[in-house]
Design a protein around this ligand. Structure first.
Ligand code: VGL
Ligand code: ZN
Length: 210
């Protein structure tokens, strides 16, 4: 299958930030390998939107803010189960910055998410309470953008949740598999692909895009 990007398609670049790259606070294995692919894809899209994980130091998703807890433990919060993470993407730190190796000068919007201390936000569309919106859906609709091609980090968390919410909002949604890398904690990658397939998210590789 080969798809040629149209003027109303958008490349979504999820969380390509130093803390998710090798050496970062929540490094995703081989995360840096997505960057050249995303740069190449970027040249094929008129529209590019990025997301940026952006947490206060006291964020509820950090194991360090729960005495006795360890990273990757799951706790119950009012909005549902929450994986506790190592500290990552604390605003105004280097780890929160988008990689300078991204070469996407025409990127039009960066959506920050996860800035409310008491709620996590994997999705670029809404927080984990499934009520608080980021504004991304309204932005895409006002711009008349219809098909989303989702790339970045991590496949099984922020990429998957963003793709699932895009589908739920009615957008045609593709995940470009080789332009993502996963955390894969406790079977999360297989589960994410199953959930995305069930929701009608399409799975592509970069060479499928003309
Ligand atoms: C992410 C865990 C915590 C991601 C963000 O970008 O996939 N994962 N915060
Ligand atoms: Zn986070």
């Amino acid at each position: 299958m080969v798809i040629a990007p149209a003027p109303d398609d958008v490349l979504i670049v999820v969380d390509v930030q130093y803390d998710f790259l090798p050496g970062g606070g929540l490094a995703v294995a081989d995360g840096h390998e997505v960057i050249p692919l995303i740069n190449k894809l970027g040249r094929k899209f008129a529209n590019v939107v990025m997301t940026q994980d952006w947490h206060p130091a006291g964020h509820i998703s950090f194991a360090s803010n729960h005495p006795g807890a360890r990273p990757f433990e799951v706790i119950d919060l009012p909005y549902g189960p929450q994986v506790l993470w190592p500290d990552h993407c604390v605003w105004q730190t280097h780890g929160a910055e988008l990689s300078a190796d991204l070469d996407l000068p025409h990127a039009q919007l960066t959506i920050r998410k996860g800035y409310n201390e008491g709620v996590d936000s994997y999705s670029g569309f809404q927080e984990a309470d499934r009520r608080t919106k980021t504004g991304l859906e309204g932005y895409l609709r006002e711009r008349g953008l219809r098909r989303l091609f989702v790339t970045g980090l991590a496949t099984d968390f922020c990429v998957a949740w963003t793709a699932l919410d895009a589908r739920a909002a009615g957008f045609t949604t593709y995940v470009v598999e080789d332009a993502t890398r996963a955390i894969d904690a406790d079977g999360s990658l297989l589960r994410a692909w199953k959930d995305m397939a069930a929701a009608g998210v399409e799975r592509l590789i970069a060479s499928d895009i003309a």
